[in-house]
Each structure stands twice: as structure tokens, then as C-alpha cells.
Design a protein around this ligand. Structure first.
Ligand SMILES: CC(C)(COP(=O)(O)OP(=O)(O)OC[C@H]1O[C@@H](n2cnc3c(N)ncnc32)[C@H](O)[C@@H]1OP(=O)(O)O)[C@@H](O)C(=O)NCCC(=O)NCCS
Length: 366
């Protein structure tokens, strides 16, 4: 029996959605470096239906998604209440995802409607937290533009929408990562879509998974605001046996291909938003981590700065990850449902054996 930590290297199933084989990320056969140039809606279509849409299909698919980016009145009424609570936004999202699955009309909700509702709900949580009025969709804009509009209250420039679309594509799927596997385990019991998504949100929330992006920015802010020497900060963290957030990966030991693209986007965005100081700091930290430990930035590292440049609060970063990853979660839930087998692995029992229970004298609990 080979001892295995965290199922590393264990193949648990087959998938036609994405692959990280040989540390190359592909979506349904397309290298991430190429498919990141597509439109967000094209990539959603690809991951769900396993081929790129024809132009007419794409236009119809985009319009359908945008039209569905509307929440039922009863969901908004409850959201206005829940999202004002002081809990972490990911806790609010966990409850909200579950809530989306409890309104009257959801029994027949299919992935396009579910994705559209998730995006709108996430944007609404951000607006409510900021004490800003909720925004309506603009039917003339695409999904990404509408998502940005509903989060920030401003119609994005074409350039910003394109960059954010790339960010969303890069986060859309990543084969059997922890939250996706969680969604698949739930789906394997044939539970409903919203239950699977709620489980996935719970797994994504953790700092070793989606929660890392928030902590990356926390680190940058601490170093910058307290004027700490960055290398001393890193050394102190490592001495205290703390991981440096945004570095390392289970699969990409020689660098995360998504981080390379995200670095370019961050470099461009900091120019127009006066955030160069954070970018320079990130470069310094990355150089040290590579030289000293051969560790590379992962998907969360530059994304944290990108979200900051867009004007988002760090506490909401992981929700944006959830918005993007909902695409992949839904693809995997559909695939798992088609497969139709229950995921139920085995374990090696290492607890005590050979014990015997003797009834206590005077125990009358019968
Ligand atoms: C992502 C992560 C969980 C991958 O873990 P993993 O594949 O199990 O790799 P390990 O934790 O076994 O790391 C291997 C070695 O590198 C070190 N290492 C890995 N990531 C590190 C980090 N971010 N900071 C410091 N050291 C790190 C480990 O301490 C370990 O060292 P050791 O062999 O001396 O014990 C891990 O790199 C991590 O915790 N990163 C920080 C959180 C993060 O950014 N998560 C987002 C992932 S996309």
C-alpha cells in the first residue's frame, strides 16, 4: 500500500473537459494560451458542449445568458438582508448559492440560467456590501461587460472587458481541483445542481484553494502600509512555518501557465490605476521565492492585484473566483451526472482494533 497525501497523482476518473497533463493546461483540446484569447461565452459553450459555437450559435448563446442574468424578486429581497451581515462574503455566497436553489421556479433550472444567476448574485452581494444600488443588465452588452457593470456600477471600457474576460477564462476550469472534485462527489449522488454548487463554494473558500487571492493582497497591503522590508517579511513568515500565499502548485512545479498571462494583465492594469508600487513589490517577492525555493506564482498571485485595480475589496476576491469557476463546476456536474456512478472511495483504517464494549453498571438508558 503506497502512502498518498491528498490523493496527489491518483487518477480517480476520466474527463473530456480539461487537462493539466505534463503541466500543460488545455480546455477540450485547446491550449490555454490560445483559448484565453476567445470570448468568455465561447469558452463557456466549449466547456459545456465540447465544441466551439458557430457564429449564430454564439450570438444566441450570449443573448440567452445575458437575458437570464436576472434574479427573482424574492431572492433579491432575501439577499438585501443576508448580504448586509458582517460575515465573510464567501460565507454569504455559500448561503446565497443554496438560496438560489430554493425559490419556486428552480426545479427545471439548467446550466445557462444557473450560471447567469450566480454571476448576478455575486455582483449583487458586492453592491449591497458597498451600500450601492443594484444595477440592471444592459441587453446590448455581453456577459463579462454586464458582470463588471453590475459589480462596479460603471460600463467597462472595451479594453478592460477584454482583460477581465481573459481573467474569467483562465479561472473557468482546472480539471479535478478540490472544489470541482467536491462538486463531482455531490453530483455523483444525483443531487441537484445548486446543492453541488453550494458544496463547491464551501471547498473553494479555504485559503489553500480559492481563498489564497485575498491573502495575497493582504500580504501586499501589510508590507506596503507598514513599510516592512519585503524580504524580511517573507523570512519571518517562513520561519513561522507559514506558506507564502500565491506560490506553489500541486501540478505546476515549473510555473503556472495562467500566472504568466495574468502577470501581463496586471502589468498593464497597474499603469492606468496607479498601482505600480504593488506590482513592483510582487516582482520582488516572486524573484525571491524563485531564487530561494524554486517556487513560482500560481493563478491567485497576480489575480489579487488585478481585482484590486478593478476597485474590488480584497474580501470579495474569492467570490470572483467562484463566479468564473461556476462555468467549470457546471461542466463537471453535467459530466458526472451522465456518468451516473456514485463516488465512494475506500480508506485504510489506522485506529485501534480489538476493543470490546462492556455495558456500564447502572446504565438505565434503554
Ligand atoms: C498550493 C499548495 C497547497 C500545493 O501544495 P502541495 O502540492 O501539497 O505542495 P507541498 O505543500 O507539499 O509543497 C512542497 C514543498 O514546497 C513548500 N511550499 C509549497 N508552497 C509553498 C508556499 N506557498 N510557501 C512556502 N513554501 C511552500 C512546502 O512547504 C514543501 O516543502 P517541504 O518539501 O520542505 O515540506 C501549496 O503550494 C500552498 O499551500 N500554497 C499556498 C496557498 C496557495 O497559494 N494556494 C492557491 C493554489 S492555486
Amino acid at each position: 500500500m503506497v502512502k498518498n497525501h491528498g490523493l496527489a497523482g491518483i487518477v480517480v476518473d476520466e474527463t473530456k473537459i480539461s487537462s493539466t497533463k505534463n503541466a500543460h493546461l488545455i480546455y477540450v483540446g485547446y491550449p490555454i494560451e490560445e483559448i484565453a484569447q476567445a470570448s468568455f461565452e465561447e469558452v463557456v459553450f466549449l466547456l459545456w458542449y465540447k465544441h466551439l459555437p458557430k457564429q449564430t450559435e454564439l450570438v444566441a448563446f450570449r443573448q440567452d445568458l445575458v437575458n437570464k442574468m436576472v434574479l427573482p424578486a424574492e431572492t433579491i429581497r432575501l439577499l438585501l438582508y443576508i448580504a448586509k451581515e458582517p460575515q465573510h462574503p464567501m460565507s454569504i455566497l455559500r448561503t446565497t448559492t443554496s438560496l438560489l436553489g430554493t425559490t419556486n421556479d428552480v426545479e427545471h433550472d439548467e446550466p445557462p440560467k444557473i450560471l447567469a444567476k450566480m454571476l448576478t448574485a455575486i455582483a449583487a452581494i458586492i453592491r449591497i456590501r458597498d451600500n450601492e444600488p443594484l444595477m440592471e443588465i444592459d441587453p446590448d452588452l455581453g456577459v463579462v461587460e454586464n458582470f463588471l457593470l453590475m459589480m462596479t456600477g460603471k460600463k467597462p471600457s472595451k479594453r478592460l472587458a477584454k482583460m477581465f474576460s481573459t481573467v474569467m477564462i483562465l479561472h473557468a476550469d482546472h480539471e479535478f481541483n478540490a472544489s470541482t472534485f467536491t462538486a463531482r462527489v455531490a453530483a455523483s449522488t444525483l443531487t441537484d445542481y445548486y446543492s453541488c454548487l453550494t458544496a463547491a463554494v464551501c471547498a473553494l473558500k479555504g485559503p489553500l484553494h480559492g481563498g489564497a487571492n485575498e491573502r495575497v493582497f493582504e500580504m501586499l497591503e501589510t508590507i506596503q502600509q507598514q513599510q516592512i522590508d519585503p524580504l524580511k517579511y517573507l523570512q519571518d513568515q517562513l520561519k513561522a512555518k507559514r506558506k507564502i500565499m500565491g506560490f506553489g502548485h500541486r501540478i505546476y512545479k515549473d510555473g503556472d501557465p495562467r500566472a504568466r498571462i495574468l502577470k501581463q494583465i496586471a502589468a498593464e492594469l497597474v499603469q492606468t490605476t496607479d498601482n505600480q508600487v504593488y506590482y513592483q513589490l510582487q516582482i520582488k517577492i516572486a524573484d525571491y521565492m524563485f531564487a530561494r525555493f524554486n517556487l513560482h506564482p500560481n493563478v491567485d498571485y497576480y489575480t489579487a492585484l488585478i481585482y484590486h485595480c478593478i476597485g474590488l475589496e480584497k474580501e470579495t476576491f474569492t467570490m470572483i473566483f467562484a463566479a468564473c469557476r461556476t462555468v467549470g463546476w457546471l461542466a463537471h456536474i453535467m459530466e458526472q451526472r451522465q456518468e451516473g456512478s456514485l463516488i465512494r472511495p475506500s480508506s485504510v483504517y489506522i485506529g485501534p482494533t480489538g476493543r470490546h464494549y462492556l455495558r456500564r453498571v447502572g446504565d438505565h438508558n434503554e
